[in-house]
Design a protein around this ligand. Structure first.
Ligand SMILES: [Zn+2]
Length: 136
């Protein structure tokens, strides 16, 4: 019984696990955002990340490469989200530990599109990296 890495406060088994295992499809942009964050945080879910990435903007890497990205993700906070028809955005802040063990944050407003009932990550609306002050 482990908590979901997406910080929803739910158990992994009753949260993003169903999406990562392909047993359910996220119905909202927030669910997709959370499950993609969980995929990054857990590692080994490159297939899921590629399958939920819009083909126009998906990186030209293999699922194995994507699943083995070495990032120490340590938290997700969804600040706001919008959903209108088949378009949506999620403004979020994700925390990770850098190579010195310092907490850094990645702030992004992501765009999502829905095609044939499935949500896909498109690209950031505006990139605003909040690197926490100078390293003085
Ligand atoms: Zn979750």
């Amino acid at each position: 019984m482990k908590p979901c890495p997406c910080c929803s406060g739910k158990l992994f088994s009753s949260c993003c696990s169903q999406f990562l295992a392909g047993k359910a499809v996220p119905k909202t942009v927030k669910q997709l955002m959370r499950s993609r964050y969980a995929a990054f945080a857990l590692g080994g879910y490159g297939d899921y990340l590629l399958n939920t990435w819009h083909p126009d903007t998906a990186p030209a890497v293999t699922a194995a490469d994507l699943g083995s990205v070495d990032s120490n993700w340590s938290g997700l906070e969804i600040l706001s989200s919008t959903q209108q028809g088949d378009h949506g955005t999620v403004d979020f802040c994700a925390r990770f530990l850098d190579e010195h063990g310092q907490v850094q944050t990645h702030r992004e407003n992501s765009q999502f599109v829905r095609i044939k009932g499935r949500w896909y990550y498109l690209e950031p609306l505006s990139l605003n990296d909040e690197t926490a002050g100078s390293a003085a």
